[in-house]
Design a protein around this ligand. Structure first.
Ligand code: ASP
Length: 360
C-alpha cells in the first residue's frame, strides 16, 4: 500500500546556535552517564514529511524552549499545510468525506501524556492533545467531547476538507465498487491508470516528531488524519499512548507511521522504548518491534503469497543519550533528523528489500 507522496524538504539546514545548551551538556557530562555521546545540542527525529518540523523544533530547543513545545510547534507547520494530505488541514477524510484527526503528546520530564481522537474541524489536533495533558485530569478525549473541549479553549472551527482532498475522496467513492449508485466520469480504458489520483488500496500517512535537549529531556508528538476513507470513528495507533507514541525520560522516545492496526496489536512505540531500556540501540529496537508485527500478522489478506506483510510500518526512535534511528518493514523509507546542527533525511533500516516491480 502506498504512502501519499510526502512534501519534500523545504528548508536548508541552518546551524542552530546552542551555546546555552552546550554549557548544559558539559555540566551533564560530569555526571555518571551511559557510555554514549552526550547530545551537545538539540536532536530531533521525525517521519520523512517532517523536515520543516525537525528544523523548527531544533530552533525552539536551541532557544531554551521546552521539548514538548518544540515538537508541537514543529508538527503544527505540517498540520496547517493543506499540501500534506495525511495530517491536519487537507488530510484525506473518512468514508463519509469527513476529516477526523488523531494526535498524542508525551512530555518526558513530567511523565505526562495527552491525546485526542476522531477530532473534527480543528486544524491542529496536537495542540488540543497538549491541552488535554496540561489542562485536564485525563489522557484521551475523543470525538464530540474532544471538539467541545477544543471549543472551550477557543480553537477556530474550520472545514478541514480541502477541494483537493474532496476530489480524491470522490474518486475513491465512485471507483471503489461497481455495486453501488456512484458512477465515475467516463475515462477511456487506456487512460484509466494515468488518470487515477487515488493510489490503489487505502493510504496511510502521519507525522511523528521526537525531540531531545542537552539536559536529556525528551518529548514526542504524533498527529495524523489516519487511514484514508476509514469507517467513521476508526482510531489508529497515532493517538494511543504506547502505540503511535511513547516517551520515557529515563530511556528515550519512539513514534510510528504506517498501518496503525498492526502497531496497536503490539503496543509498538512502547515495545521500541522497552527494547532500548533493555540495551538495544534505537535502530535495533525499531527492527525488533517490526519483527513482532510480522510475527503477529496472521491474516491471509494482509500477507503476500510468500507470507510477508502486504503493508508497511515505520518506527522512529531517539534515546536520551542522543542516538537515533528509523526502520521500516520494507526498504526505501527515509526519516528526518536534526542532529549535530544539521537537518537532513536519513535512510530507514528495513526487514525486507522491496521488489522492484511493487510499490508498497
Ligand atoms: N498510523 C496511522 C494510522 O493508522 C496512519 C499512518 O501513519 O499512515 O492511523
Amino acid at each position: 500500500m502506498g504512502d501519499l507522496s510526502r512534501r519534500g524538504f523545504l528548508q536548508s539546514a541552518a546551524a542552530v546556535a546552542a551555546a546555552g545548551a552546550l554549557a548544559d551538556a558539559v555540566a551533564e557530562a560530569e555526571q555518571p552517564q551511559p557510555a554514549a555521546a552526550s547530545p551537545a545540542g538539540p536532536v530531533v527525529v521525525s517521519s520523512a514529511n517532517g523536515m520543516r518540523a525537525t528544523q523548527k523544533a531544533a530552533e525552539v530547543i536551541a532557544a531554551g524552549g521546552d521539548t514538548l513545545d518544540a515538537v508541537v510547534a514543529g508538527v503544527n507547520i505540517v498540520e496547517e499545510d493543506p499540501a500534506d494530505m495525511t495530517v491536519g488541514y487537507g488530510g484525506l477524510p473518512n468514508e463519509d468525506g469527513v476529516v477526523e484527526l488523531d494526535s498524542s503528546v508525551m512530555h518526558g520530564p513530567t511523565c505526562r501524556a495527552g491525546a485526542v481522537a476522531a477530532l473534527r474541524s480543528i486544524k491542529t489536533p496536537s495542540r488540543v492533545a497538549k491541552l488535554v495533558l496540561e489542562r485536564t485530569d485525563h489522557v484521551l478525549i475523543v470525538g464530540e467531547g474532544a471538539l467541545r473541549f477544543a471549543r472551550a479553549h477557543g480553537f477556530e472551527e474550520v472545514n478541514l476538507l480541502t477541494d483537493e482532498a474532496r476530489k480524491v475522496w470522490l474518486e475513491w467513492k465512485e471507483r471503489h465498487s461497481e455495486d453501488d449508485d456512484w458512477i465515475p466520469p467516463e475515462v477511456p480504458e487506456a487512460d484509466r491508470e494515468s488518470r487515477r489520483v487515488v493510489p490503489r488500496g487505502f493510504t496511510y500517512g502521519t507525522i511523528t516528531c521526537l525531540g531531545l535537549n542537552a539536559k536529556r529531556e525528551v518529548s514526542g508528538v504524533t498527529t495524523t488524519s489516519g487511514l484514508s476513507f476509514k469507517i467513521p470513528g476508526r482510531v489508529g495507533d497515532s493517538p494511543i499512548i504506547g502505540a503511535g507514541l511513547f516517551v520515557d525520560n529515563e530511556v528515550g522516545a519512539a513514534g510510528s507511521t504506517g498501518r496503525g492496526e498492526a502497531v496497536l496489536k503490539i503496543c509498538g512505540a512502547h515495545s521500541v522504548v522497552e527494547a532500548m531500556r533493555g540495551g538495544m540501540a534505537p535502530v535495533d529496537a525499531c527492527l525488533h518491534a517490526l519483527k513482532r508485527i510480522v510475527a503477529t500478522t496472521t491474516e491471509k489478506r494482509l500477507r503476500l503469497k510468500d507470507g510477508r506483510p502486504n503493508f508497511d510500518v515505520k518506527f522512529y526512535a531517539l534515546s536520551r543519550d542522543g542516538r537515533f534511528g528509523g526502520a521500516a518493514i520494507w526498504s526505501g523509507g527515509k526519516y528526518a533528523v536534526f542532529a549535530e546542527g544539521r537537518n537532513r533525511l536519513e535512510e530507514c533500516a528495513f526487514l525486507y528489500e522491496k521488489p522492484k516491480s511493487e510499490s508498497k
